[in-house]
Design a protein around this ligand. Structure first.
Ligand code: HEC
Ligand code: HEC
Length: 269
């Protein structure tokens, strides 16, 4: 007892107590914080599924059934995965409207946040292809375009034409032009094979090859970002330079002539 109280009065005692307390709080935090975070993740996930279920009941269940089990008006969605929902709803194909040979692209009805919720709900019905992340479909290797071109000509060109301009199929169906299609939706089309298109799962076409095809499609359908300025029909830097020369120099010469004309007039008077 005596020993302890003597130590308590030691000048370093306060510091030791403080350090012990800090270590204890740190330890407690480390023990509980990750668990809390994981809990937050799963509850955000189940919230998204709940919200998605509500949206689905209103907008989709009339054809696909309340639990996505399908009906005479729409197929079962068990196991189609979040990629199929993101593609179908993100390109405006779903919710389908009038019956026809093929459900076309149209104006998108839902926000991306709602699409994510619908996708979370459908993904919860059964495992299926997962919507890709940005780095899965964004190529950084300049060789990807030519590799993707080869893959495109063997796997896709028979329906979509070698430059992705689309083409007619039998019974009023058609392979659409790929002009301006979002890279994420190109990737998802390959994962899920919408309507008459075959699917290209990772087992037959690895992720890397899908990325190369996306790079090629974006390149040939001319979706590269415009560096700015007047496009002048995208005729290239030579024409743009020529344009600058002719009009720029022309304007300078016109100004020079005007100035000269006025100064001579001023001298005469
Ligand atoms: C008017 C009926 C109708 C409504 C409403 C509708 N769908 Fe569909 N849906 C269909 C039909 C029909 C198909 C099959 C299209 C085909 O393959 O030709 C389909 C296909 C799909 C597919 C593709 C399934 C696959 O195998 O890849 C998904 C995903 C889908 N619908 C999601 C939805 C979602 C989500 C909604 C609500 C926002 C919705 N649908 C609303 C009729 C409907
Ligand atoms: C057998 C013919 C066929 C082949 C082969 C094929 N597609 Fe398709 N593709 C289609 C049809 C049909 C559709 C329209 C589906 C729909 O409207 O739901 C389509 C739709 C698409 C879309 C959606 C376009 C849009 O307007 O939203 C993309 C992207 C696409 N295909 C890419 C590809 C790529 C890439 C390949 C090769 C890996 C490929 N397709 C191979 C027939 C084909």
């Amino acid at each position: 007892m005596k020993k302890l109280s003597a130590r308590r009065r030691h000048p370093l005692a306060a510091l030791v107590v403080l350090l012990l307390a800090l270590a204890a709080t740190g330890g407690l935090y480390a023990a509980f914080a990750p668990a809390e975070k994981a809990q937050a993740d799963t509850s955000a996930q189940s919230l998204a599924i709940d919200e998605g279920k509500k949206l689905f009941a209103v907008g989709c269940s009339s054809c696909h059934g309340l639990n996505g089990q399908g009906s005479s008006d729409g197929p079962s969605l068990v196991g189609v995965g979040s990629a199929a929902v993101d593609f179908q709803v993100g390109t405006g194909r779903m919710p389908a409207q009038q019956p026809g040979a093929q459900v076309p692209r149209k104006k998108v009805v839902y926000s991306q946040a709602e699409i994510d919720q619908l996708a979370a709900f459908v993904a919860s019905l059964g495992p299926g292809p997962v919507a890709p992340t940005k780095d899965q479909y964004t190529s950084t290797d300049p060789n990807d375009v030519s590799k993707g071109g080869e893959l495109f000509r063997t796997n896709c060109a028979q329906c979509h034409n070698f430059a992705g301009q689309g083409g007619a199929l039998t019974r009023g169906k058609f392979a659409p032009s790929l002009d301006g299609v979002d890279p994420k939706h190109i990737y998802e089309a390959m994962q899920t094979g919408p309507q008459n298109m075959p699917s290209f799962p990772d087992s037959t076409m690895p992720e890397e090859q899908k990325k190369q095809i996306v790079a090629f499609v974006r390149h040939t359908t001319n979706e590269e970002p415009n560096p700015g300025g007047l496009a002048l029909g995208s005729l290239g830097p030579v024409t743009e330079g020529l344009f600058g020369w002719i009009f720029g120099l022309g304007a300078l010469i016109a100004v020079a002539i005007w100035v000269a004309a006025h100064t001579t007039k001023a001298k005469k008077s």
